[in-house]
Design a protein around this ligand. Structure first.
Ligand code: ADP
Ligand code: AMP
Length: 223
């Protein structure tokens, strides 16, 4: 199964991606996480992407496309992939389509997690992440067992630099201008599945996703 996750920053893509990956055995590929790790290593990719991460701008298409196409062609993604944070522009979606055509692969679904802008700031200001395990928490909606400490590896949780309100505004603007056009794009391809992300518990959102993906798998089974 090959999937993409769409939705504004803070919609819950990373939270749901971890669960979908576990349930369906598909590889979770997060471009944001890949870039943050590169920035922390301060390698060539990291130095290229750092100014975009800091300002909430989009990393140029050619850089992102190169990184993602290499990842999905690798052995780790042979059993299927789930892209979280990619594509974010029509140019990226077209590059993905072209790569799929060349490899005779197919996109089963583009899952859109919908959340209003009003809720995004609260979501992002309460987000805490573990820099080592990658686990995502929220101080109110999905707190760790012990405040400030990761349930998985016991490391201190941090707040992402780009979750500051002044950067969140820029990220939302970019989402509406550059990424939202992917909604009609995937609708036209007949692969768009809409999920309400406003449920106050990640479990409720997951339940909607299981229903949609199970329905889609049933439809695609040969008669
Ligand atoms: P994205 O990957 O789309 O940016 P995240 O998965 O990191 O979003 O979620 C953003 C924040 O919202 C996190 O703090 C997460 O714990 C919280 N969150 C995720 N899903 C829900 C939900 N259904 N209700 C409330 N908060 C949620
Ligand atoms: P995310 O973790 O998905 O919120 O992404 C964090 C940041 O990484 C974004 O604000 C962008 O600067 C950059 N980024 C991640 N994915 C992409 C992409 N597909 N295209 C351009 N920039 C991206």
């Amino acid at each position: 199964m090959n999937l993409v996750l769409l939705g504004p920053p803070g919609a819950g893509k990373g939270t749901q991606a971890a669960r979908i990956g576990e349930r369906y055995g598909v590889r979770h590929v997060s471009t944001g996480e890949t870039f943050r790790q590169a920035a922390a290593r301060d390698d060539e990719l990291g130095r290229t992407v750092q100014p975009y991460l800091e300002s909430g701008g989009l990393v140029p298409d050619e850089v992102v496309i190169r990184v993602v196409l290499a990842r999905i062609a690798a052995e780790e993604c042979a059993g299927g992939w789930l892209l979280d944070g990619f594509p974010r522009t029509v140019g990226q979606a077209e590059a993905l389509d072209e790569a799929l055509r060349a490899s005779e692969g197919r996109l089963q679904a583009a899952l859109l997690i919908e959340v209003d802008d009003g809720e995004i700031v609260e979501r992002l200001s309460g987000r805490r992440v573990c820099p080592t395990s990658g686990a995502i928490y929220h101080i109110r909606y999905n707190p760790p067992q012990r405040a400030g400490v990761c349930d998985i590896d016991g490391k201190p949780l941090i707040q992402r630099e780009d979750d500051r309100p002044e950067v969140v505004g820029e990220r939302l603007k970019k989402y509406h201008a550059q990424t939202a056009p992917l909604i009609p794009y995937y609708e036209q391809q007949g692969v768009l599945l809409r999920v309400s992300g406003t449920a106050k518990m990640p479990d409720e959102v997951s339940a909607q996703i299981w229903e949609l993906l199970n329905g889609r798998n049933r439809k695609q089974e040969p008669a």
